[in-house]
Write a protein that binds this ligand. Structure first.
Ligand SMILES: [Fe+2]
Length: 354
C-alpha cells in the first residue's frame, strides 16, 4: 500500500502559518517532502496509521478463547512491528474524555495554579512550562526544553487534584487502569507467558494531563524520546487542533511520520521495560510532539503511563532469547529504571543547561 502524506504546514516569505486545510494524499516517495514554490513552501509529512484493535467482548471473566486468540494475535503483530496500535471500544466514553479535556484546558488557562509546586517533577502535581527536557531521557545529552505544562495525578483523592477535575479523573483512572491490565493479559496470551500478569497490579500509574500552550513561541512540544515503563495510553487531541496546531510524530521506517488521531480511540505504545522484557521482540517507538509555529490554539493530551510493580525485576524472558538472539539487556528493577529516566528528563537538563 502506498504511504499517505499530510500537509502539516505552509510557510510563506512572511513566515510560517498553520495549514488551514487538512489534506491527505498518496504519493510514491517514502519521505517527508518540502515543496518550495514562489515564496510558498508546503511541508508534507508521511502519515503513520497504527493498526486498530477493538476491545469489545474482551471484558469480564467469560471471554471466549477464540476472541482472546484473535485480539492477542493482532496485538502481538502491532507490538512486533512498531509497538503502536489504536484501541477502540475500551469503555471510556467520549463524553468523559471531552469533559475532562474541557475542564483541564480551563484549569491551565484560568491561572489558578500554584506554580510554587513546579519543581516537583516526577511527583504528583503541576509541572511548569520549560521544566521538562524529555529528549535528554533518550540521548543523555542536553536538549531543548519542551513547551508543555502538565498536571500529574496518581489518584483522584490527591490534594494535587483540582476539585473540578476530581470526579472525571477518578472515572478516567479506573477505566484506563482496567484497559492497561487487559493489554498485559493480551501480551501474556500472545507470548504464552501467563507469569507476566503477576508483574503488574494496575496501581500507582500516573495520569498526566499535558497542555501545550499557544502563547509560547517554539515548536517542540516534547522532544524525541521513548516512554519508560510498560504501555502508554494516550487520548490525543482530536478535531480542529490537528494538524493545524501540531501533531504527534513517530519515527517509523527511518522517517518521522505524523500519527493522525482517531476519533473515539486511544493510542497505545509500548515502552522501554516491555522492550527489555521481550528482548526487543516488542518494539518501543521513538516519538515526539511537534507544535505549529504560529498556532492559534493550545493542545491538550491525556496520558496514562503504566509500568510493572515497583520492585519487580525486569529481565528478558527466556523464550524471547536464543543462541541467535541472546539477552540484550541487563536485569533492572522497574521502579529504579523509571526513576533514572525521569531524573535524566529533568536533572541533567537542570545541571547542564540552566
Ligand atoms: Fe512519550
Amino acid at each position: 500500500m502506498k504511504p499517505t502524506y499530510r500537509l502539516v504546514s505552509c510557510c510563506t516569505i512572511l513566515g510560517t502559518v498553520p495549514s488551514l486545510i487538512s489534506v491527505s494524499i498518496r504519493v510514491h516517495s517514502p519521505r517527508a517532502r518540502i515543496f518550495p514554490l514562489a515564496g510558498l513552501t508546503l511541508i508534507i509529512m508521511r502519515e503513520f496509521h497504527p493498526p486498530v484493535l477493538s476491545l469489545r467482548g474482551l471484558w469480564g471473566e467469560s471471554v471466549s478463547s477464540s476472541a482472546l486468540d484473535v485480539a492477542a494475535a493482532r496485538f502481538d503483530v502491532a507490538m512486533r512491528t512498531h509497538g503502536v496500535l489504536y484501541i477502540e471500544d475500551c469503555g471510556l466514553s467520549d463524553e468523559l474524555v471531552s469533559r475532562l479535556r474541557r475542564k483541564a484546558v480551563q484549569f491551565f488557562q484560568t491561572g489558578k495554579i500554584d506554580k510554587s509546586d513546579s519543581d516537583t517533577y516526577g511527583a504528583e502535581g503541576y509541572t511548569g512550562i520549560g521544566r521538562e527536557t524529555v529528549g535528554t531521557s533518550h540521548t543523555n545529552q542536553v536538549a531543548t526544553r519542551d513547551i508543555v505544562e502538565s498536571l500529574v495525578l496518581f489518584s483522584a483523592d490527591s490534594v494535587a487534584c483540582p476539585d473540578e477535575l476530581r470526579d472525571d479523573v477518578r472515572q478516567y483512572l479506573q477505566h484506563s487502569k482496567r484497559i492497561s491490565l487487559l493489554l498485559v493479559r493480551l501480551m501474556a496470551h500472545a507470548l504464552n507467558e501467563p507469569k507476566v500478569i503477576d508483574m503488574f497490579d494496575g496501581e500507582e500509574y500516573p495520569l498526566k494531563i499535558a497542555h501545550y500552550p499557544a502563547a509560547v513561541s517554539g515548536t517542540q512540544g516534547y522532544g524525541a524520546h521513548t516512554d519508560y515503563g510498560s504501555f502508554t495510553l494516550l487520548a490525543q487531541e482530536y478535531g480542529d487542533a490537528f494538524p493545524a496546531q501540531g501533531s504527534l510524530q513517530a519515527f517509523v521506517d527511518n522517517t518521522w511520520c505524523v500519527v493522525p488521531p482517531r476519533k473515539g480511540a486511544l493510542l497505545v505504545n509500548s515502552a522501554d521495560l516491555i522492550e527489555r522484557l521481550t528482548n526487543g521482540v516488542y518494539k518501543t517507538p521513538l516519538h515526539r510532539v511537534v507544535l505549529a509555529e504560529n498556532r492559534t490554539q493550545s493542545r491538550l493530551s491525556i496520558v496514562l503511563f503504566t509500568a510493572p510493580k515497583r520492585n519487580v525485576k525486569v529481565a528478558p524472558l527466556e523464550k524471547c532469547c536464543s543462541k541467535l538472539s541472546p539477552a540484550k539487556y541487563e536485569p533492572v528493577i522497574a521502579h529504579e529504571f523509571v526513576q533514572r529516566k525521569l531524573q535524566r528528563n529533568n536533572g541533567i537538563a537542570t545541571s547542564l543547561a540552566s
